[in-house]
Design a protein around this ligand. Structure first.
Ligand code: NAG
Ligand code: NAG
Ligand code: NAG
Ligand code: NAG
Ligand code: NAG
Ligand code: NAG
Ligand code: NAG
Ligand code: NAG
Ligand code: NAG
Ligand code: NAG
Length: 347
C-alpha cells in the first residue's frame, strides 16, 4: 500500500499550515509529490486520503482544521476551486453503480469507501447546479450503509470488513471523519447525533484496540488478528480522531461536546507521546513502533509527525515538536529526486 505518499501529503499540508519551524519543502518538490499522488491513487482509501491531503494542502479554508470550514461556501471561485478534490468526488460518483450503497461497490472494506465521503459532500455543497442531487444521494447512501447495513461487533462498533466483524485501526481515519462532517453540514438534530456517533465509534474501537501503553493494535476480532503496534495504524487512529476533534470544535454545537473533545485530545496525545518514546536516533519510527526488530517506516513516521504538529496548534502544547522536527528531517531526506518517498512498504 503506498501509504507513504498520502502521509506525505498530510505532513506537507500540516507543515504548510504551521509554516514556521522549517523552511519546508520547495514548491517543486510538493508539485512532484502531488502529481505522483494523483497518478497512483486508485483504491478507495487512497482516493479518500488523497482528497483530504489535497484539501488541507491547497484549499485550507475548506478543511475542518479551519475555523471557516462550516458552512463551506456554496460557490467556489477561480483559485479557491478545490478542483482535484471535486474531480475525485466526480469520478467516484460517476463510477458508482446505482445499486451500491457504499461509494465504491464491493470494496471488501466497510470504512474505506466512506473516506471519499467528505469530498462528495463538498461537491454537493458547492455544485452550481441546484437540481444535481447525485452527490447528496450518494453521500446519503454511504451514510445509510455505515449506520444501518454494515456488520457490527456486540458492543456496536461498525466492522471494518464487510464479510465478518473485524476492527482495524485504519477505520478511524476512513469513517468517523465522514460521519462527523456529514452531521455538521446537515445541522439541526442530526448534527449532534451524527457527531456523537462519530465519537462513540472511536470510543468503541479504542476499547478493543488500545494497549496498556497507549498504542493501538492493528486488527482485532474476526478470523485473524494483528496485535502489533503498526506505526501507520496508530497514525490512522490519531489522525482520524484529530479530524473528528477539529470538526467538533468548529461546529455550532462545540459547547455540547466539551467532554468528548477532552477525551479525544487525551486519546490522541497518548498515542503520539508513546510513539515518540520509540523514535530512532535518525528520526524514524519503526513499522511496529515498539518492536526493535522491525524495519524503519517513513510513512507512519510522516503521519504521526503531521498529527503532532496539528496537536501542538490545537492544544498550544509544543513539548513534542522536537520529535516531529526530527521526523520531518528524516522524511524530507527520504524523498527521492522524482518525488517518491523511500524507506516505506510500497512507495
Ligand atoms: C484557514 O484558511 C485561510 C484562508 O484560506 C488560510 O489563510 C489559513 O491559513 C487557514 N488556516 C488553517 C489553520 O488552515
Ligand atoms: C483552480 O485553482 C488552482 C489554484 O488553486 C488553479 O491553478 C487552477 O487554474 C484553477 N482552475 C480553474 C478551472 O479555475
Ligand atoms: C461530473 O462531471 C461531468 C463533466 O463535467 C458532468 O457532466 C457530470 O454531471 C458530473 N457528475 C456529477 C455527479 O455531478
Ligand atoms: C447538499 O447540498 C444542499 C444545498 O447546499 C444542502 O441543502 C443539502 O443538505 C446537502 N446534502 C447533504 C447530504 O449534505
Ligand atoms: C443539472 O443537473 C440535472 C440533474 O442531474 C441535469 O439534468 C441538468 O442537465 C443539469 N444542468 C446543467 C446546466 O448542467
Ligand atoms: C435526521 O435524522 C432523522 C432520524 O433521526 C431522519 O428521519 C431524518 O431523515 C434525518 N434528516 C436528514 C436531513 O438526514
Ligand atoms: C470520557 O472519558 C472518561 C474516562 O474514560 C469516561 O468516564 C467518560 O464517560 C468519557 N466521556 C464521554 C462523554 O464519553
Ligand atoms: C534510521 O534508523 C533506523 C533504525 O536505526 C535504520 O533502520 C534506518 O535505515 C535509518 N534510516 C535512514 C534513512 O538512515
Ligand atoms: C475551539 O474552537 C473555538 C472557536 O473556533 C476556539 O476559540 C477554541 O480555541 C478552540 N479550542 C481549541 C482547544 O483549540
Ligand atoms: C501558549 O503557550 C505559551 C507558552 O506556554 C503562552 O505564552 C501563550 O500565552 C499560550 N497561548 C494561548 C493562546 O494559550
Amino acid at each position: 500500500m503506498p501509504t507513504a505518499l498520502f502521509a506525505l501529503g498530510l505532513i506537507l499540508s500540516s507543515i504548510n499550515a504551521l509554516a514556521s519551524l522549517h523552511a519546508g519543502f520547495d514548491d517543486s518538490v510538493i508539485e512532484q509529490v502531488r502529481s505522483n499522488l494523483i497518478a497512483v491513487a486508485s483504491q478507495s482509501w487512497e482516493l479518500g486520503t488523497a482528497a483530504e491531503a489535497l484539501t488541507e494542502l491547497e484549499w485550507p479554508a475548506l478543511s475542518v482544521f479551519n475555523a471557516s470550514a462550516f458552512p463551506p461556501p456554496h460557490e467556489l471561485d477561480g483559485s479557491d476551486n478545490a478542483s482535484d478534490v471535486l474531480q475525485i468526488a466526480n469520478d467516484t460518483v460517476t463510477s458508482k453503480p446505482s445499486d451500491s450503497l457504499p461509494l465504491v461497490a464491493n470494496d471488501g472494506a466497510v470504512g474505506d469507501p466512506a473516506s471519499i465521503g467528505a469530498a462528495v459532500l463538498l461537491a454537493n455543497w458547492t455544485t452550481s447546479n441546484s437540481s444535481n442531487i447525485a452527490y447528496a444521494t450518494a453521500a446519503g447512501e454511504q451514510l445509510v450503509y455505515l449506520l444501518y447495513d454494515a456488520p457490527r461487533s456486540d458492543s456496536g462498533a461498525i466492522s471494518q470488513r464487510a464479510d465478518q466483524v473485524q476492527l482495524w485501526a485504519d477505520f478511524i481515519y476512513m469513517a468517523p471523519p465522514f460521519i462527523a462532517y456529514y452531521g455538521v453540514l446537515q445541522g439541526g438534530d442530526n448534527e449532534s447525533s451524527l457527531l456523537q456517533t462519530a465519537y462513540e465509534q472511536i470510543s468503541l474501537y479504542r476499547d478493543v484496540l488500545r494497549d496498556d501503553d497507549g498504542l493501538w493494535k492493528h486488527i482485532e476480532l474476526g478470523s485473524y488478528q494483528d496485535n502489533t503496534h503498526w506505526a501507520t495504524g496508530n497514525g490512522w487512529a490519531a489522525a482520524g480522531m484529530l479530524r473528528v476533534l477539529e470538526t467538533l470544535n468548529h461546529s455550532s454545537v462545540a459547547i455540547d461536546f466539551i467532554e468528548q473533545s477532552v477525551n479525544l485530545t487525551q486519546w490522541i496525545q497518548e498515542i503520539i507521546a508513546t510513539a515518540w518514546q520509540h523514535q530512532a536516533e535518525n528520526g524514524t519510527l519503526l513499522n511496529a513502533i515498539d518492536d526493535p526488530t522491525s524495519f524503519a517506516d517513513s510513512s507512519g513516521t510522516a503521519l504521526l509527525a503531521s498529527v503532532t504538529y496539528r496537536m501542538a496548534v490545537y492544544s498550544n502544547d509544543t513539548s513534542l515538536i522536537p520529535y516531529a522536527d526530527k521526523a520531518f528531517q528524516l522524511v524530507q531526506n527520504s524523498i527521492d529526486p522524482n518525488g517518491w518517498l523511500r524507506n516505506t512498504v510500497d512507495p
